[in-house]
Design a protein around this ligand. Structure first.
Ligand SMILES: [Zn+2]
Length: 304
């Protein structure tokens, strides 16, 4: 009954909207097209390529893995109302399975290489952060640490942005894309060189997020299920030792800066530590490119 009574009022309010305001766009006071993204790499690409022409939003909390993050209803409504929604694809944002986004606004930035996705089988369940238990079974989603795939994603971002900006901004976006592509190509070439130097020497990783890195740069890598901020307990060390018994690695690749105690524990069994951050969320310092450069340098330093 209440709903029936309020309906005419809603119609009245809707009727008062200025005729110039299009119901199709969600532009704010800034007047700029609103872009919502699924992770930090896409935020970086959209901001760098879009410049002042767009407003980019990435609402995931800093302490959560955006891949396993569940936005609340208000946040989902903001995605739904955006002018452009940039998704990572490769089953990255689990939350989209349970919600409806407007198809015409959604761009899946990894669609160009979906035939090359890596399927992970029988991964065990574990948890990190407030997101609860999860498994890495299914499609590997850290697509951008194969820098050729990152370039393809940046190209999708560029194409998508050009559909929502003013005509005069399109050439600038193209120009910025070619600069970004140069930088990513340079990092790609450096990693190909490092990969050759590593020459299939066994490596271990703290978490199973490096599938595309390993494939592109020919790394012989096995993973445990550790977190950089958690010092491995006896059980975790046993898991690692069982991997090392057939996979004699001398380096552990961490997703983030590990605790000193962890580094010491690994050192005691002959394992050195380096950081290669996938940078799925906003970094504490620097930006996507500076973090990726530091990652490449860490591998170059370890394998001179
Ligand atoms: Zn995990």
């Amino acid at each position: 009954m209440k709903a029936l009574l309020t309906l005419p009022l809603l119609l009245l309010i809707a009727g008062c909207k200025p005729a110039s305001e299009s119901p199709q766009t969600s532009t704010t006071k800034s007047g700029k097209p609103q872009v919502y993204v699924a992770n930090y790499p896409l935020k970086y690409f959209a901001e760098r390529l879009g410049g002042d022409s767009v407003e980019v939003h990435f609402p995931a909390p800093a302490d959560e893995d955006p891949a396993f993050w569940q936005p609340d209803d208000d946040t989902i409504a903001k995605y739904q109302a955006a002018d452009l929604i940039l998704m990572n694809g490769a089953s990255y944002s689990k939350w989209v399975d349970h919600t409806t986004l407007p198809d015409e606004k959604v761009v899946n930035t990894s669609s160009a290489f979906s035939k090359d996705f890596i399927e992970i089988k029988n991964a065990t369940t574990h948890s990190h952060g407030p997101g609860g238990e999860h498994s890495h079974s299914g499609t590997a989603f850290t697509t951008w640490i194969d820098f050729q795939q990152a370039i393809l994603q940046a190209k999708e971002v560029s194409t998508a942005l050009q559909t929502i900006v003013a005509t005069e901004a399109k050439a600038e976006i193209e120009q910025r894309l070619s600069e970004l592509e140069k930088e990513l190509t340079s990092l790609d070439n450096r990693l190909l060189v490092v990969g050759k130097k590593i020459a299939q020497a066994p490596l271990v990783a703290s978490h199973p997020v490096y599938h595309y890195l390993a494939r592109r740069y020919d790394l012989n890598l096995k993973s445990v299920l550790w977190e950089p901020e958690t010092v491995p307990d006896d059980k975790a060390m046993e898991d690692l030792k069982s991997i090392l018994s057939t996979h004699a690695a001398q380096w552990m690749i961490w997703e983030g800066e590990p605790a000193q105690e962890s580094v010491a524990k690994l050192k005691a069994i002959g394992l050195k530590s380096l950081v290669f951050s996938p940078c799925g969320n906003v970094p504490d310092k620097g930006d996507f490119l500076s973090v990726m450069k530091a990652n490449v340098e860490a591998l170059e330093t370890a394998f001179p």
